[in-house]
Write a protein that binds this ligand. Structure first.
Ligand code: DX5
Ligand code: ZN
Length: 229
């Protein structure tokens, strides 16, 4: 069964494009948000200079973004001690809050806290973190993020080595019947998105491919079409 999958997998199950504002102009965030009206959500990368070697923004800026857009907020926390800080992002009105499994001491408790605060619960795995230890807790999640670059910076090349993990996660999700979004983040471009879609991803984060373009909304449309093959 596995050999027949790649060419026949249904990669039209849903194509959701979440531009990452990491590649936007941070001095003009409201205007940058207005340039992605066709996005399904805006992806906000929170980095603490500990979990990753880069520092971006935190809760006050997320609150300001909340006031500046009606797009759903997809918060990606690349921070240590997620158990302590993640719930505040749910309270700030984010539609989804994604913490890293590597940074959570109690991921099931944390996922439940996020849901209790009205957000979708997301959990992220770095490229070299196996998904298998987490398969039994998929019912606790609304979103599983498989990083396709080492987290920390925009503009890095897509890591093909993650594709088999995306396929295994898709098989597990389909087998469990649990409606969990399968998100990929890092190196997603018009050239790589189809491979991620065929492997089973249905939510695509793109930073430089959207904000590096002259017309971000046109770039979003180009990604959608490329994902359909
Ligand atoms: C990287 C961030 C990504 C980043 C992706 O750690 O999590 O969201 O913005 O940027 P691109 O699409 O340029 O790889
Ligand atoms: Zn991200």
């Amino acid at each position: 069964m596995t050999h027949a999958m790649p060419h026949h997998a249904d990669h039209t199950r849903g194509i959701h494009i979440h531009p990452s504002i990491l590649s936007a102009d941070f001095a003009r965030l409201a205007e940058e948000l207005a340039r992605i009206g066709s996005a399904d959500a805006v992806h906000v990368d929170v980095m603490d200079n500990h979990f990753v070697p880069n520092l971006t923004l935190g809760l006050p800026v997320v609150q300001a973004i909340r006031s500046a857009t009606d797009l759903p907020l997809d918060i990606h926390l690349m921070i240590e001690d997620a158990d302590r800080w993640a719930p505040e992002y749910a309270e700030a009105g984010a539609e989804s809050v994604t913490f890293h499994a590597e940074a959570s001491g109690a991921p099931i408790r944390l996922a439940r806290e996020l849901r209790a605060r009205g957000a979708q619960a997301g959990m992220a795995l770095k490229p070299a973190t196996a998904v298998e230890p987490y398969l039994d807790m998929l019912t606790e999640l609304d979103l599983l993020l498989l990083m396709t670059v080492e987290p920390g910076f925009g503009g890095q090349p897509f890591l093909e080595v993650v594709l088999p993990k995306i396929r295994r996660a898709r098989e597990a999700l389909d087998g469990s019947g649990t409606p969990v979004a399968l998100q990929v983040d890092g190196g997603i471009t018009a050239d790589t998105i189809l491979r991620a879609a065929e492997a089973g991803a249905d939510v695509f984060v793109a930073g430089s491919a959207v904000y590096g373009a002259d017309d971000p909304d046109a770039a979003i449309d180009g990604l959608r079409r490329a994902a359909l093959g």
